[in-house]
Design a protein around this ligand. Structure first.
Ligand SMILES: [Zn+2]
Length: 188
């Protein structure tokens, strides 16, 4: 099983992040539909991303990805700007025109967590937008880290804003807070 013209990892990724122009998207989908090799690779990208593409489609401000997914982006030659946060901290962040992605790496105690939800709220010019809840996101309980990957295309169009992120452990009794993080984003 091989492909004479395999689709580049970054193209598969862009498709996954819904960042491909419509025409390119159709070409890719036609190819993948007919190519078992590239279908397999697309499944790998999908598995790494944790199947939360629908949240991105729905306009969520960021999706949760695994550490290997971010490694894959870097190995594919993408320019990834990373910000590291501890619970209760905030960071001044930005995205430059030639960045392919930014990733917020939030330290969090995840031991014993069975279901993790991420609540995101963007405040622009002092006006809070509706909170978005990403339910049951993928996480590695041993990693003690949650990686948030916003849509680079959407972020580059955003004015300066503040993104508040709350991680909660979902239990029978309700939400237990794990940590809160603030991304103070300056538009370029
Ligand atoms: Zn192919």
């Amino acid at each position: 099983m091989s492909c004479p013209s395999p689709i580049a990892f970054e193209t598969l990724l862009a498709w996954w992040l819904v960042e491909l122009p419509q025409a390119d998207q159709e070409v890719l989908e036609e190819h993948v539909f007919a190519c078992e090799h590239c279908t397999r690779r697309l499944e790998e990208v999908a598995a790494l991303a944790g199947g939360v593409r629908n949240a991105v489609r729905a306009g969520a401000v960021g999706m949760v990805v695994s550490a290997p997914f971010v490694e894959g982006m870097k190995q594919a030659g993408l320019r990834v700007r990373e910000y590291h946060l501890t619970p209760g901290s905030s960071v001044n962040c930005t995205i430059y025109a030639d960045d392919d992605a930014t990733v917020g790496r939030m330290r969090a105690p995840l031991r014993g967590v069975r279901r993790l939800d991420v609540l995101e709220q963007v405040v622009v010019g002092g006006v809070p937008r509706p909170e978005v809840r990403l339910e049951d996101v993928p996480f590695d309980p041993a990693a003690d880290e949650v990686l948030l990957l916003p849509s680079a295309a959407a972020l580059k169009k955003m004015p300066s804003n503040t993104l508040r992120v709350r991680l909660v452990s979902v239990e029978a009794a309700g939400d237990t807070p794990i940590g809160e993080y603030v991304f103070a984003h300056t538009a370029q």
